[in-house]
Unconditional design. Sequence first.
Length: 150
Amino acid sequence: MPSNSIDFLYSFLALSMVGMILTAALNSYGGTLKQTSESKQLEELLERVESKATYALLLLTENNATLVLSFQMPPKIGDRYYWIRIANDSSSSWVEGGFGVESRTGEQEYRVYLPRKIHASGTFESRYMIAQLNCSLAGSTPKIVLGRRE
């Protein structure tokens, strides 16, 4: 009789181990799905800012006027804060972003290039919710500054 109860105990322990392994695998998979979803949402926000900047450039060059665009942004992606920065170098301009409270502490994860070279600067941090693009012409060079609406 004791051998039957020991067999049941070993079976129970083996099934418990299999259950723990399956639970850990499912948790890992769920975390990966969440991270992939949040990354995709950040990419979509960067493309949204890029399209707003492209639209502002079109209006700016067509009408030769100063332009201010304000638009709503989500306060968080999932449960994470994010930041978006617009910048340029000697050859191109881009919109970049990443996760973290501030752009100085978070690493750039994604970058979307603007269609042409402009003077671009500024950072938007997600906790402020309303982004603003200030657009003007400095001589013949378009200038776009990304910030938040106060």
